[in-house]
Design a binder for this molecule. Structure first.
Ligand SMILES: Cc1cc2nc3c(=O)[nH]c(=O)nc-3n(C[C@H](O)[C@H](O)[C@H](O)COP(=O)(O)OP(=O)(O)OC[C@H]3O[C@@H](n4cnc5c(N)ncnc54)[C@H](O)[C@@H]3O)c2cc1C
Length: 394
């Protein structure tokens, strides 16, 4: 019986297993992941997990009973190091595994800054174990420096302020969220930080972090200013986790480094699909929950013989200082209009193509439904040339 192998046991990987079973795949399925946990959810890691009084549990995506019903073999703590598409095998830290169909769902790896990797009190936030380390650091800190004013950096800033910590956010760009939303929406979002007492420095980078046995002591900025700090958290983006594909026949996108695939999530190699943060679908990489899950489902279904197309309207959410932020459609290069009540609409040639909402779930839901009702080709045509229709999560 043909076998399906899913590499990466995160959201997209789990959804690929579910998509394959729903599409009628009756053969064996193996999902391999290098983390020691069952597939879990990442959004809580930069929100509830950082504020929790007690150590938070792993936010698993499915109960062990549901995983059992899927009849999937989960190899946890196993790293995949290489792929041979001719032989249809992957090399892993636990030996070789064969496949008939393969779904690549290895997500992405948090970007670090040269010289800062491994310094005590300097963190990234991608995995559950990172969240525990950041939470532990916040519990001991009075001053924190966060590098990057994107979604992740802003969520960490919110969690730190909720603990009464003094927070400085250092952003290299001219304005925050430059790659995600227009200047009007970015301004509104930054007001949330100012109101919550976060100090935001733009066009500024970190030039040095001084540590002692106790951890971080001081952070020196490109402006010459020196900040006393107990911890540094980097929220400066993530790269597709594709090192294991370096010598394989699977083509990667030169710009983003993601696995190139079409709207069916098929890669350049026969029998190989890709989904989630690692995938570059039709020239666009999403780094958001909704797309990762849906791409996983479609990739798994197609690996099982279906002919589905990924055509979801881009959507992302975040929570800052108790405010619900939602981003839908194209919000980078279209014209911005302030509609009041935290709703900023984006138009191209007069037609709505996206929106940013701050505590504005009703209008966002209506626009999301309207965009979803447009023929997929129309939506794509309207969003074409936007330089990545999904706002990046940094
Ligand atoms: C802290 C945080 C907060 C977020 N909050 C939000 C939010 O509020 N809203 C939103 O829309 N999105 C949010 N996101 C984004 C969303 O969680 C991701 O888009 C989603 O998790 C991507 O799923 P994925 O399965 O593609 O990748 P992942 O969830 O990263 O899963 C990939 C898995 O593959 C494993 N892996 C990688 N390489 C290998 C290898 N060589 N061998 C074996 N295993 C490997 C990884 O360890 C990982 O377990 C957040 C992300 C993070 C990190």
């Amino acid at each position: 019986m043909p076998s399906l192998l899913v590499v990466g046991a995160g959201l997209a990987g789990l959804r690929a297993v579910e998509g394959a079973r729903q599409a009628g795949w009756s053969g064996p399925i193996t999902i391999v992941g290098d983390e020691p946990h069952p597939p879990y959810d990442r959004p809580p890691l930069s929100k509830a997990a950082l504020s929790a009084e007690e150590q938070p549990d792993v936010p698993v995506l499915r109960s062990s009973e549901v995983i059992e019903e899927l009849q999937v073999r989960h190899l946890s703590g196993v790293r995949v190091d290489g792929l041979d598409t001719e032989q249809r095998t992957v090399t892993t830290s636990a030996g070789d595994l064969g496949y008939d169909a393969l779904v690549i769902a290895t997500g992405s790896t948090a970007t670090t800054l040269p010289g800062l990797t491994g310094l005590p009190g300097v963190h990234v936030l991608r995995r559950y174990d990172d969240a525990l380390a950041v939470r532990g650091s916040l519990a001991r800190s009075r001053h924190v420096v966060i590098v990057g004013a994107g979604f992740i950096g802003s969520e960490i800033a919110s969690a730190a302020r909720a603990r009464g910590i003094e927070v400085t956010v250092v952003e290299a760009g001219n304005r925050p969220l430059e790659r995600a939303v227009g200047p009007l929406a970015a301004g509104r979002l930054m007001e949330l930080h100012a109101d919550a007492g976060v100090r935001l420095l733009t066009r500024t980078t970190v030039s040095d972090v001084r540590t002692s046995d106790r951890g971080v002591e001081e952070v020196e900025l490109s402006t010459g200013e020196t900040l006393a700090a107990d911890a540094v958290v980097l929220g400066i983006g993530a790269r597709p986790a594709t090192a294991w594909l370096a010598d394989s026949a699977v083509a990667l996108d030169a710009r983003s480094g993601g696995v190139l695939c079409d709207r069916r999530l098929a890669t350049s190699a026969p029998g190989v699909w890709a989904a989630g943060d690692v995938a570059c679908v039709d020239g666009e990489r999403s780094e958001h929950w909704t797309a990762a899950g849906e791409q996983g489902r479609v990739a798994g279904a197609n690996a099982a013989g279906a002919t589905e197309v990924f055509a979801s309207v881009p959507f992302a959410w975040s929570t800052w200082h108790g405010h619900r932020i939602q981003v839908v459609g194209e919000t980078t290069t279209a014209d911005e209009e302030d509609h009041g009540d935290g709703f900023i609409l984006y138009r191209r040639e007069g037609r709505p193509v996206g929106a940013v909402g701050i505590d504005s779930p009703g209008p966002i839901a209506r626009l999301r439904r309207a965009l979803a009702a447009e023929p997929a080709a129309d939506v794509r045509a309207h969003m074409a040339g936007a330089g990545g229709v999904v706002p990046a999560r940094e």
